[in-house]
Design a protein around this ligand. Structure first.
Ligand code: ASP
Length: 589
C-alpha cells in the first residue's frame, strides 16, 4: 500500500473555518482503492498546518519525516475561486496582504535567500484536472499560488523535497457555503470538495507521468475564462440553460419558510405570493432578472410538515400532474421536517417527469433575520427552469440533490439536507445554478402513477427499527395487524438481526400473510447485503427484500406506493427490487 500525506491549513483572516482543515479531518486514516484493476490502495495521513510563516513549512517537513509518504498534497483555501485549482508554480516571494496567524506581514521578502526564483509542482496536475472534470467537478490548472502563506509553504516543501523521489504540490480549493454570508463569494459544498480531494489523491497516485494537454491562462480563472471553460466543458457541468419564456408553478404548502410568530410559537401563515414577491425585490437586479416567471398557488390548509401524511403527497403530485402541460417546471415549498419524504414520494408518483420538480423549504422564516428562505427559493426557481433536470430534486442550502436519495441531516444548519449515497446533481456557484449533466436521470418520458394513498388508511406501511434488546412480542404487536401491508426493517450494519428465533418467526408469519418486508441499514452510508452474515441469513430465507442503499424515506414511500397500486405480490416484489427513479444509488459515487 502506498501512502499520501494530505496537509490542510488552519483558518485565517476573518474566517473561523478553513475547508482544507475540514477535509483533512474527514479523510485522516482513510484508505482509497486505486482504479484499473490495480490491487494497490493508498492510505491517507494528514497534517494540520498553522497559517504562520516558517512554522507552516516546519510542520509539513516534520509530518513527512513521521509518515514517510510517497506523495504530498497540500491544500489551501482560495477565497474568490470557484474551481479546484492545482498549482503549477511557487515563487520565492513573501508579500502578505494581511498578517498571518503569527502576526507576520513580510513585504517583498524572499522565502529563501538566494533560493531559485520559482519551483514547479511535481504532481501530474493536468491529469488531476482532467480526472476532476471527468468526475463532474469544476477544476483548472492555476499559475499563481499567490504570495501569502500558501505560496510560502508550497515553495518551502518543493525546496525540501527537491532531490527526493517524493512527489508534492499544492492545490487551492474554493470557500465553503457557510463562509459566504452575503452569498457573494463563489463556494463549493464540503461534499463536492471531499469528492474532489478523493479524486485528486487517486489521480496523483495513478498517473506516474502528467498528460500533455495545451493549457495556460492569463489570470487564474477570470470570469470570462471561467465562462469559456464552462462552455468547453458543458459535458461536465452546465450553467443556467433557462429560456426567456419559462414559466414555473410554485405550490406553497406551509412550513417554516412562510411561518410567522404567534403566542404558541411559529405557525403557518398565508399571503405568501405577495410576501415572496416583495422579498424577491431585495435581490440585486441582475439576479432578479435571471429568475423565471412564476405563478404561486397556496394550499387551502397550510401545514407544519410534521403533520403531513401520504394524502398530502398524493395531493401535491395530483396538482403537478394536472398542471403538467401548462408549466415548464414546478416548485413545491414545504416544511423541512418531512420534506425528504415528500420528495421521495413525488419521485415515485411522477416517475419519468420530463419537467423539473423542485422541492424546497427553509430553516428560518422568510422575514426572519439571517433567513435562508429567499436564497432557497431563488435556487429552487432557477433549478425549476433548467430543462435538463428530468426528475424530482431537493434544492436547499446551495445544493441540488436527487429527491429520492435525500435525508434531512441538520436541525438548524442552512445546508439542511444531504444524499448520503448519491453525489450532488448541481450547486449554486457564482450566483448561478450549475448542474452536472452526467449525474442526471435521462429523459424517459412521463409514466406517472397516481394511486389513491388516502384509501389505504393509517399504518399501511410501518417502520421497524431494531434496537438492542428488542422483543419478538413488540414486533408482533406492530406488524401482525391487518391494516399493516408492509414494513421497512431498519437492520444493523450490512443487514443483520439479533439471533432470536422467535423474532424471525414473527417476520416469517408476516411474510406468510403476504406483507411486503424490506430491509435497509441503520448506517447512513452504504448498502445492505442481506445474508452476508449468518446473523442476517434468516431474512433472506423468509423473503425480506433488500433495500440496498435506499434511504428510509425512499424504501418507505416505495413500499407504500406499491401497496397502493394493489397488484399481486410477485409483481410488487419484483417492482420493489427494480431501480425506478435513481432510488438505488449504488455505483453513483
Ligand atoms: N416544523 C417545520 C415544518 O416541517 C420545520 C420546517 O419547516 O423547517 O413545517
Amino acid at each position: 500500500m502506498s501512502r499520501l500525506l494530505l496537509c490542510g491549513f488552519e483558518p485565517f483572516g476573518h474566517d473561523s473555518v478553513n475547508p482544507a482543515l475540514k477535509i483533512i479531518e474527514q479523510l485522516e486514516g482513510q484508505t482509497l482503492a486505486l482504479p484499473n484493476g490495480s490491487s494497490d490502495s493508498v492510505e491517507i495521513r494528514t497534517c494540520r498546518v498553522p497559517v504562520t510563516r516558517y512554522a507552516a513549512i516546519e510542520s509539513v517537513v516534520e509530518a513527512i519525516e513521521r509518515h514517510a509518504p510517497d506523495t504530498v498534497i497540500m491544500l489551501g483555501q482560495a477565497s474568490g475561486r470557484s474551481a479546484i485549482t492545482p498549482e503549477r508554480v511557487a515563487i520565492n516571494l513573501d508579500d502578505y496582504r494581511i498578517k498571518d496567524n503569527g502576526g507576520h506581514q513580510p513585504v517583498d521578502e524572499p522565502i529563501e535567500v538566494a533560493g531559485p526564483d520559482a519551483c514547479f509542482t511535481t504532481l501530474p496536475i493536468k491529469a488531476m484536472v482532467n480526472d476532476l472534470q471527468a468526475a463532474g467537478l469544476p477544476a483548472s490548472v492555476s499559475y499563481t499560488a499567490g504570495t501569502f502563506v500558501c505560496n510560502h509553504l508550497f515553495y518551502g516543501v518543493q525546496r525540501h523535497l527537491a532531490d527526493s523521489p517524493i512527489r508534492s504540490g499544492f492545490v487551492h480549493i474554493p470557500a465553503l457555503p457557510e463562509q459566504s454570508l452575503d452569498g457573494r463569494l463563489p463556494t463549493m459544498s464540503l461534499e463536492s470538495l471531499l469528492e474532489g480531494v478523493r479524486v485528486l489523491c487517486i489521480s496523483a497516485m495513478t498517473h506516474q507521468q502528467d498528460v500533455r494537454i495545451g493549457g495556460g491562462n492569463i489570470s487564474y480563472v477570470s470570469p470570462a475564462s471561467r465562462h469559456a471553460l464552462q462552455c468547453r466543458l458543458s459535458h461536465f457541468w452546465q450553467v443556467d440553460t433557462m429560456t426567456p419564456e419559462t414559466h414555473i408553478l410554485v405550490l406553497y404548502t406551509g412550513g417554516t419558510l412562510g411561518m410567522v410568530e404567534s403566542e404558541q410559537g411559529l405557525v403557518p401563515a398565508g399571503d405568501f405570493d405577495a410576501r415572496l414577491r416583495a422579498a424577491l425585490e431585495d435581490l440585486p437586479p441582475s439576479r432578479r432578472g435571471r429568475l423565471p416567471a412564476f405563478t404561486l398557488r397556496e394550499f387551502p390548509q397550510l401545514i407544519d410538515s410534521s403533520s403531513a401524511t401520504p394524502a398530502d403527497w398524493q395531493q401535491i403530485a395530483g396538482e403537478i400532474a394536472d398542471a403538467y402541460d401548462s408549466f415548464d417546471g414546478f416548485v413545491v415549498l414545504q416544511g423541512t421536517d418531512t420534506l425528504a419524504w415528500t420528495a421521495s414520494s413525488l419521485a415515485f408518483q411522477l416517475k419519468g417527469t420530463a419537467r423539473p420538480v423542485i422541492v424546497s423549504g427553509a430553516q428560518l422564516p422568510l422575514e426572519a433575520d439571517g433567513s435562508d428562505a429567499l436564497a432557497n427559493v431563488e435556487l429552487a426557481l432557477t433549478a425549476a427552469a433548467q430543462p435538463t433536470l428530468n426528475e424530482v430534486v431537493v434544492a436547499f442550502g446551495g445544493q441540488l440533490l436527487r429527491g429520492v436519495c435525500t435525508r434531512k441531516w441538520y436541525t438548524q444548519d442552512h445546508r439542511g439536507f444531504t444524499t448520503p449515497n448519491a453525489p450532488l446533481l448541481g450547486e449554486w456557484v457564482d450566483d448561478r445554478v450549475v448542474v452536472y449533466p452526467g449525474r442526471l436521470m435521462d429523459d424517459q418520458g412521463p409514466a406517472f402513477e397516481l394511486p389513491d394513498y388516502a384509501c389505504l388508511g393509517q399504518d399501511a406501511v410501518i417502520r421497524l427499527p431494531l434496537y438492542p434488546g428488542i422483543s419478538a412480542e413488540s414486533v408482533r404487536v406492530q406488524l401482525l395487524r391487518s391494516e399493516v401491508k408492509g414494513a421497512v426493517l431498519e437492520l444493523w450494519g450490512s443487514g443483520n438481526l439479533p439471533a432470536d428465533a422467535e423474532l424471525l418467526g414473527v417476520l416469517a408469519d408476516a411474510r406468510g400473510e403476504g406483507k411486503l418486508l424490506a430491509g435497509i441499514s441503520q448506517c447512513p452510508h452504504g448498502p445492505v447485503s442481506i445474508g452476508h452474515y449468518a446473523a442476517g441469513a434468516g431474512l433472506a430465507t423468509i423473503g425480506v427484500l433488500s433495500g440496498d442503499d435506499m434511504t428510509l424515506e425512499a424504501a418507505f414511500t416505495k413500499l407504500l406506493h406499491l401497496v397502493a397500486l394493489n397488484q399481486d405480490e410477485d409483481w410488487q416484489r419484483e417492482r420493489f427490487l427494480m431501480p425506478w427513479v435513481g432510488e438505488r444509488a449504488s455505483g453513483l459515487l
